[in-house]
Design a protein around this ligand. Structure first.
Ligand SMILES: Cc1cc2nc3c(=O)[nH]c(=O)nc-3n(C[C@H](O)[C@H](O)[C@H](O)COP(=O)(O)OP(=O)(O)OC[C@H]3O[C@@H](n4cnc5c(N)ncnc54)[C@H](O)[C@@H]3O)c2cc1C
Length: 480
């Protein structure tokens, strides 16, 4: 370890410059904490970053910013978040979705940023279930998902009390699972509530320029407050002394000390940095089984010109919906289609090219076992299969028109996710075991972000803010 003289010291060191790390950093710097964010990669944003390819800008994964809520009410999570970050209400420049759909064999449920559409769709497709749907909704609205001490029962059990038809149950679970579940088949009711509100009650929005707008707003605020950030600066080891973190050793060999450490890199990933052998089993138990592949098609025509005006379509081709680790390289039975063009951008604004994103569950062991050449070959073979599978749920879009209009394609797999985010198992939603209070076995090490249990971009930022409040700011007076 470096000597005391060499080590620079901070009030709080944050590991990871994703949404949670940036939000925690802003919150702490607002209250004059001396903060350093260290990030392994050169780009900020973590799981939701962006990249350039052949002159085009792509979001890593952004389909939608959830919790849109069209600015209604100051008490929505998004408005609360922006207030905590002292950012103006319009900072993320979100435009509302056109409308989305859950598509199962012979059944469709449309929904938008106002739950009344979903309720009327349930009444149309499942007339006998609409009272149960309303009662379930009330149970969701009455539930305090922010109580960090409360685990709650399994969501399948609770939903089963209100909805008798298993197909409707699966249709409601499908978007919520795809946009946030780290567990197969079921999720804790607390997460179901969070996701229901984020997706069905508050809905989807997107900035015309994509996730860059969100990242830029966060970076500018953090800089303005004097927060420090070091990129390409991975943490190699968390050095401990009894029940405390003594220092953090960087990949360069340098050490940094801080009174408190907030890790946003995931729980099993943090355990690995702690390097304790007895935690091997815990790492295995906490490594998520769900990873994804996505195929991106760029076209010289807008999706609406090819017969698709919807924003997001969650599809499933079987009677029952199976949300589980993929047995095949890619599980083609279900997936998510997203058209980033299909938002109501201001002043008739629009993306210059058409974009179609198709996401499905994919096998991490398969995609990470391939040699380079086989990997490329398999990607080329699976891309059209994914697209073909998705087109079954887009009756307006003809495969031939899409082929003619295609000017570029790209695809990422679980291997890409692991490479760029360091998440074990390429697990987008992290560990199946969430650490809701953010506390760890070390007194001054806390967890924020995906593995604390708040999901998606907005959830990750809320997690960063609430962990900063709970474990640092609320203790300031007492700790001196
Ligand atoms: C393909 C894809 C599509 C998605 N689509 C959406 C969407 O449409 N809407 C939505 O709301 N959410 C979406 N998400 C989820 C959302 O991106 C995440 O929930 C959120 O960004 C998680 O943020 P985080 O800060 O908790 O973690 P992360 O983003 O994982 O940030 C952790 C950071 O830590 C860094 N790091 C890791 N190890 C180290 C180390 N040893 N030292 C230093 N730094 C380290 C990583 O590089 C990373 O930058 C998507 C995710 C993916 C992958």
């Amino acid at each position: 370890m470096a000597s005391e003289q060499e080590a620079e010291s901070f009030d709080v060191l944050i590991i990871g410059c994703g949404m949670a790390g940036l939000a925690a950093g802003i919150r702490l710097a607002t209250f004059d904490q001396k903060v350093l964010i260290v990030e392994k990669h050169n780009a900020p944003g973590g799981l939701n970053s962006f990249y350039f390819q052949r002159g085009r800008k792509f979001d890593v994964g952004l389909h939608a910013v959830t919790n849109f809520s069209s600015g209604r009410g100051r008490r929505t999570p998004l408005q609360k978040l922006l207030r905590q970050l002292r950012l103006p209400p319009e900072s993320f420049a979100l435009s509302p979705q056109n409308g989305s759909r859950i598509a199962f064999p012979g059944r469709d449920l449309r929904f938008a940023n106002d739950i009344s559409l979903l309720e009327s769709e349930v009444a149309r497709e499942f007339p006998g279930e609409v009272d149960g749907f309303r009662a379930l909704r009330q149970a969701v609205l009455d539930f305090d998902a922010l109580d960090l001490e409360k685990e709650g029962p399994g969501a399948r059990e609770v939903v089963g009390r209100y909805i008798a038809d298993p197909v409707l149950r699966d249709m409601l679970f499908c978007p919520l699972m795809y946009y946030g579940s780290s567990t197969e088949h079921d999720m804790p009711f607390t997460q179901f509530v969070t996701l229901w509100r984020a997706i069905f009650e508050e809905g989807f929005g997107r900035p015309l320029e994509g996730v860059r707008v969100v990242i830029r707003a966060l970076l500018a605020r953090y800089r303005e407050l004097g927060g420090k950030r070091r990129m390409r600066c991975g943490v190699r080891r968390i050095v401990q002394d009894g029940r405390r973190v003594q220092a953090v050793e960087l990949e360069s060999g340098e050490t940094v000390t801080a009174r408190r450490i907030i890790s946003t890199i995931g729980w099993p990933e943090t355990l690995l940095l702690c390097g304790r052998e007895e935690t091997d089993e815990e790492i295995e138990r906490c490594t998520g089984a769900l990873s994804f592949a996505e195929g991106i098609t760029v076209s010289d025509r807008q999706p609406a010109e090819m017969g698709c005006g919807e924003t997001i379509i969650f599809y499933n081709d079987s009677e029952r919906f199976a949300y589980e680790g993929a047995q095949n390289p890619i599980d083609l039975r279900s997936g998510v289609i997203c058209f980033p063009n299909n938002y109501r951008y201001p002043d008739g604004g629009q993306l210059p090219e058409g974009l179609l994103r198709v996401t499905s569950i994919a096998s991490y062991p398969y995609w990470t076992s391939l040699e380079e050449e086989a990997y490329r070959r398999e990607k080329a073979a699976w891309f059209p299969r994914m697209q073909e599978s998705a087109l079954r749920f887009l009756p307006g879009m003809k495969a031939e028109s899409l082929r003619e209009a295609t000017v570029h394609t790209d695809m990422f797999t679980p291997r890409t996710i692991r490479h760029f985010t360091s998440h074990l198992g390429g697990a987008v939603y992290g560990s199946p075991v969430k650490m809701r209070t953010g506390e760890t076995f070390l007194d001054n090490l806390y967890l924020a972000g995906t593995d604390q249990g708040f999901l998606g971009i907005i959830g990750a930022m809320l997690s960063g803010v609430s962990m900063a409040n709970r474990h640092v700011l609320s203790k300031l007076a007492g700790s001196g």
